[in-house]
Design a protein around this ligand. Sequence first.
Ligand code: PEP
Ligand code: MG
Length: 300
Amino acid sequence: RTLDGTRIEMFANLGSVADAEAAVREGAEGCGLLRTEFLFLERETAPTRDEQARDYQAIADVLGDRPMIVRLLDVGGDKPAPYMDLPVEENPALGLRGIRVSLADPQLLEDQVGAILSVRQPCRIMAPMVASLSELEAVRAVVERQGGKAEVGVMIETPAAAISADILATKADFFSIGTNDLTQYTLAMDRGNAAVAAGVDGLHPAVLRLIGATCDGAAKHDTPVGVCGSLAADRLAVPILLGLGVTELSVPPARVAAIKALVGKLDMAKCRAAAIHALALPSAAAVRARITNMLQEIGA
Ligand code: PEP
Ligand code: MG
């Protein structure tokens, strides 16, 4: 809880059973992002539905009754999957990646959704790299056809998703902002390219405005908004994210305790004021300087 008593959920990003054990040890309340790619990478053949089901169940068992958000396969772009025979593309970051891969391979999606729905604890399903409502509808159709009752949410990683959040919110149970990709696509700067790395900062006011637009669009339909990109674990970003309307933060297990402690020192009225101010600043550097001062003033 913040100083004024506002409840913020503290989740962890996971990719393995070991991560889940660390998350529980560190006091995470659930999993805000299970990166299922770990199952698909570094192997020669696709994991079967049963193999996936066993792996998801093993992680859910460590979490117990804590909620778990499972992200559908997010390969392509900077995340290769050798045996999948993805096409060689001139612009992989703008090509077949994220949910587009699953929609291009219906059996892959059916198997993964089936595996997730078989987990004994109810899981939430999240689609990566969504740009249009039709992608969410397609995933929901698969869940419903399989008789599943899972909540279905959207990762906000493209400027298209952020700016049309009010439309996506009509059909999404929740949003989780992937600030790593949202930053890359907003600034048109490759997240893996060292030559532009210095500029790839999620506190750029353009990115913050899209996060604000996401929260505003979500609020029209009472859709909860979390952040699972690395901005959630950045001390200087947390006051702004809360001020813009984010109510769940998902961070690497090792960052859970520190971010929880920080949230406990924040006051929502001050966070809202800081967010409004940040949106009008000229640069990420100016935002960082401003929030550094704010945290110093409150002794955080
Ligand atoms: C993101 O893009 O912010 C995110 C959480 O997904 P990944 O880093 O796995 O692309
Ligand atoms: Mg991403």
